[in-house]
Design a protein around this ligand. Structure first.
Ligand SMILES: Nc1nc2c(ncn2[C@@H]2O[C@H](COP(=O)(O)O[C@H]3[C@@H](O)[C@H](n4cnc5c(=O)[nH]c(N)nc54)O[C@@H]3COP(=O)(O)O)[C@@H](O)[C@H]2O)c(=O)[nH]1
Length: 529
């Protein structure tokens, strides 16, 4: 059947999507998480560098303040050298303290040394002379930063590693401290890219992805510098693979579960129509009957015929599963015919003896729209030897979807003597205008509304409106799914005439219904009277 094939194709497409989506989601999530993780890592590193820089700057400020109150005017005189030694000993971050003149470190805590510094790298915005990357003669390969107080000539030497060699720093990354006013690196492992300023602007703290990697920026609120850390894309990708190693098995697991669910749906959808045809041939269907009760007198006035399918394996399949499949595969009319035949064989005796009792059968939209439906019902009631009034019709509200044809059929069914109820009212397809256009006898209030009675749910008031509307349209009401006395009392008090539900009885085979009816009948009204 083409519609069937289309559905299977759709289900296979959903199956493919069910496999792809969790896996793609795992990949995207890994990419997103790795960028996020590296942003956090860069920000933490920048904060660490800034913290170290602050400590160095605080010690520099202390040293320059002490030296500005030097004891002798000659900068390299012994008392000053002693002060320099004291300051170096006291500081844990400064490598040396000295005096600079004519681009030379003339003296320091080591005494008179005369190391050549060369031209200064730049003058900071605060007025300090800065020499970067100075290689100390006693420390070959070292990269020191010399900060000189322009007013006094005193200077302090800081090893680059004091600020940059945090435990978490990795030489593959780009990081450093940038003098913001002059836009010059002070300490650095890799240069600051001036294009980053487009993203940084005036911000004191930010992190971003610039296409080549993530960059974190933290500016000091006390000194004119900022720490920066850039993690290259290769590092992010490397981290992404690590995250993916964790997420991918979860994605594959989810894909497996979804694929299994879809496979089951495909199997059920593909196999059920064929199984239904076999079930019809093998006679695997039977009916159970649920009493319909007069809510005022508690008398059983009728019963709804509910179809059951027991497979040859003994497995039961719910009508909630197979009725929709039968409707989609145009098997419902054959199934309804079987229902009518079963009613004929089950209920003929009872209905002949009890013409005041009725059996309600469920008809789908396709049954109602079938022009033969009246003839088929007539054939059954004739064969049973009963009045047409003994068979009530419950038409699902989906009949409203085929309004014109359904209206004619409903009129013909009523003219033939059947009472017609609209079933599942309010659960999806109904429109108030249809109710006024169609002439029906009764309205079945769906169990989902009955269940809200006394629940204080948002939808609890809906049942009141349904009842009022049915009254204004002069429709009788049958409430289904009554499970508690409270629900029964509410419905009775609000004028609902009939009810059905586990409070009164679960659906049962016909022989049990007959026995129960017999035992419930009062002696004054013997069966058949
Ligand atoms: N076209 C046809 N549809 C049919 C036929 N037989 C059944 N159906 C439809 O299948 C749906 C499920 O029916 P079922 O599992 O039989 O459930 C019915 C009752 O058993 C259940 N019920 C009754 N009382 C209670 C209760 O107190 N609580 C509770 N939770 N459930 C209860 O409700 C179902 C009755 O439904 P309705 O027909 O709407 O009155 C269902 O939609 C059937 O219509 C068939 O032969 N043809």
């Amino acid at each position: 059947m083409p519609s069937m094939r289309r559905r299977v194709v759709i289900l296979y497409s959903i199956g493919l999507a069910a496999i792809m989506v969790p896996i793609l989601a795992a990949i995207l999530l890994a990419a997103y998480m790795s960028v996020d993780r590296q942003r956090d890592r860069a920000s933490a590193m920048a904060a660490d560098i800034l913290h170290r820089s602050h400590k160095v700057s605080d010690q520099l400020a202390h040293v320059f303040a002490e030296l500005s109150t030097r004891q002798t005017p000659e900068p390299c005189a012994e008392p000053n050298l002693n002060l320099m030694r004291k300051l170096v000993i006291q500081s844990n971050l400064l490598l040396d303290v000295g005096y600079v003149a004519d681009e030379q470190l003339v003296c320091s805590s080591f005494g008179s040394i005369g190391y050549r510094l060369g031209p200064k790298s730049y003058v900071s915005a605060a007025g300090y002379n800065i020499w970067t990357q100075f290689e100390h003669p006693l420390l070959p390969g070292s990269r020191l930063v010399v900060t000189g107080d322009a007013k006094t000539g005193f200077a302090a030497l800081v090893h680059e590693g004091t600020v940059l060699d945090g435990a978490a720093l990795d030489k593959k990354l780009t990081y450093g401290v940038l003098g913001v006013g002059r836009r010059k690196e002070i300490f650095h492992n890799g240069l600051f890219d001036p294009l980053w300023f487009d993203k940084i602007g005036d911000k004191y703290e930010t992190s971003f992805f610039d296409g080549a990697g993530v960059v974190a920026w933290k500016r000091s609120d006390r000194y004119d510098y900022a720490a920066y850390v850039a993690i290259p894309r290769s590092e992010i990708e490397h981290d992404g693979w690590r995250v993916l190693l964790v997420l991918l098995p979860i994605g594959i697991g989810a894909a497996g579960v979804l694929a299994f669910v879809v496979a089951q749906l495909v199997r059920i959808n593909g196999a059920l129509p064929a199984a239904l045809r076999v079930a019809l041939k093998r006679g695997e269907f039977f009916l159970v009957y649920q009493p319909i009760v007069d809510l005022r007198t508690k008398e059983w006035v009728g019963a709804e015929a509910l179809l059951r399918w027991r497979k040859s394996t003994g497995e039961f399949v719910s009508p909630d599963v197979f009725i929709p499949v039968a409707e989609r595969n145009r098997l419902i009319e054959r199934i309804t015919q079987r229902v009518l035949e079963l009613v004929a064989s089950d209920a003929a005796d009872l209905l002949r003896k009890r013409p005041d009792f009725h059996v309600a059968v469920n008809l789908s939209a396709q049954d109602i729209c079938n022009p033969d439906i009246c003839a088929r019902l007539r054939a059954i009631t004739t064969a049973m030897g009963i009045n047409n009034q003994c068979i009530h019709i419950e038409a699902t509200e989906r009949v409203f979807l085929h309004a014109e044809q359904a209206r004619k059929s409903v009129e013909a069914l009523r003219a033939q003597g059947h009472l017609v109820a609209i079933d599942d009212f309010g659960t999806g397809y109904s429109s108030l205008s249809y109710l006024t256009e169609f002439t029906m006898d009764s309205l079945k209030i769906d169990k989902c509304f009955v269940g809200t009675i006394g629940q204080h749910a948002v939808t609890s008031h809906v049942i009141g409106h349904i009842i009022e509307m049915a009254k204004s349209l002069e429709l009788k009401m049958i409430a289904e799914g009554i499970e508690t006395e409270e629900q029964a009392e509410y419905l009775r008090a609000h004028g609902v005439q009939f009810g059905q539900g586990w409070l009164f009885s679960k659906p049962m085979p016909m022989h049990e219904l007959v026995e129960q009816l017999a035992s419930r009948r009062s002696p004054e009204r013997p069966v058949g009277s």
